[in-house]
Design a protein around this ligand. Structure first.
Ligand SMILES: [Zn+2]
Length: 304
């Protein structure tokens, strides 16, 4: 683990150099037109500034990233990315507000931008021939009676479906804004999982029909207290992911409005898919999140 006193977290020039090296490992390219014909501008007031000789536009390492138009220094961004990438639960806006000495509002903004950087999966179908995809749904609601939006009962809770490929260790999760429905679950499954896989789920009717489209569908009867079925299949991996999400939301995040649920799901999926158990340490995970900052500034995930 990188010490929190590392130069890129404490010194702005070192932070800018770190950001540039992450973004342009080979050659600096213009974020406006892609040209490599660029040069670093001189002078103290233009520190970190480049000029593109083709489109004549200026840019910095922040241009075209989630950091663009933010007044927060790069070293604070890097520390925030590091903290949010660390461990199982990351860091909340409140922790960043205290740890970075910025206002809660700025910290909240920072957290959501970093979640955008963590948005994105491997893009390849989960499972595959000989592989499996575990699916389970989760209900997320604020259980505090003092909360204005106190949600009572399953009907008033937000629902999400989580998928885990135990082979690669990748997790993906999707907020179902219209509620849980077999057709919506099917859409998520066929879009993300290879039909050559074995689908593993509990006895929920959400998976019965779509299960026929897969190479095989293994059911674990949770209602009958079954956790390993006769064929030796479990949904342990996806339940583990859901457990981490729920504990994290309870401990680290005081509440999460339904509007932002997908972003939190992306954040936890990112950390789970790149966890130390699959060989990705805190430093490498933070480097991956930093890689994700580009081209995300104005993109918002289209709900599935
Ligand atoms: Zn240019």
């Amino acid at each position: 683990m990188t010490a929190l006193t590392a130069p890129q977290f404490t010194n702005e020039a070192a932070a800018v150099a770190h950001l540039e090296a992450s973004r342009w490992p080979d050659e600096v390219s213009c974020p406006h037109c892609g040209s490599l014909n660029v040069h670093r501008m001189g002078g103290k007031t233009q520190a970190g500034m480049f000029l593109c000789n083709d489109c004549r536009d200026k840019f910095t390492g922040r241009t075209g990233t989630v950091m663009e138009r933010s007044k927060i220094p790069v070293h604070k961004w890097l520390l925030a990315i590091h903290l949010m990438s660390s461990g199982k639960n990351g860091a909340s806006a409140h922790e960043l507000h205290r740890g970075l000495g910025i206002t809660y509002k700025s910290a909240w903004f920072l957290c959501h931008r970093i979640r955008e950087a963590m948005n994105g999966n491997s893009g390849s179908p989960m499972g595959g021939a000989g592989g499996q995809v575990q699916a389970d749904e989760m209900y997320v609601g604020n259980t505090s009676k003092r909360s204005k939006s106190y949600r009572k009962g399953l009907k008033r809770k937000a629902v999400a479906v989580a998928l885990v490929d135990p082979g690669t260790g990748e997790a993906r999760a999707f907020h179902m804004e219209l509620g849980a429905g077999a057709n919506l679950v099917r859409e998520i499954l066929v879009k993300n999982a290879s039909r050559k896989s074995t689908l593993v789920s509990d006895e929920s009717k959400l998976y019965t029909k779509v299960g026929n489209e897969f190479n095989a569908h293994e059911t674990v009867w949770h209602a009958a207290n079954e956790y390993v079925n006769k064929m030796g299949f479990t949904t342990n991996n996806v339940e583990n992911f859901i457990g981490t999400f729920k504990r994290g939301m309870r401990g680290t995040y005081i509440h999460c409005s339904e509007q932002h649920l997908q972003r939190y799901l992306n954040e936890f999926s990112f950390r789970y898919s790149n966890r130390s158990g699959v060989g990705v340490g805190d430093v490498a995970r933070a480097a991956l999140a930093l890689k994700g900052i580009e081209g995300k500034r104005l993109t918002y995930r289209i709900p599935h």
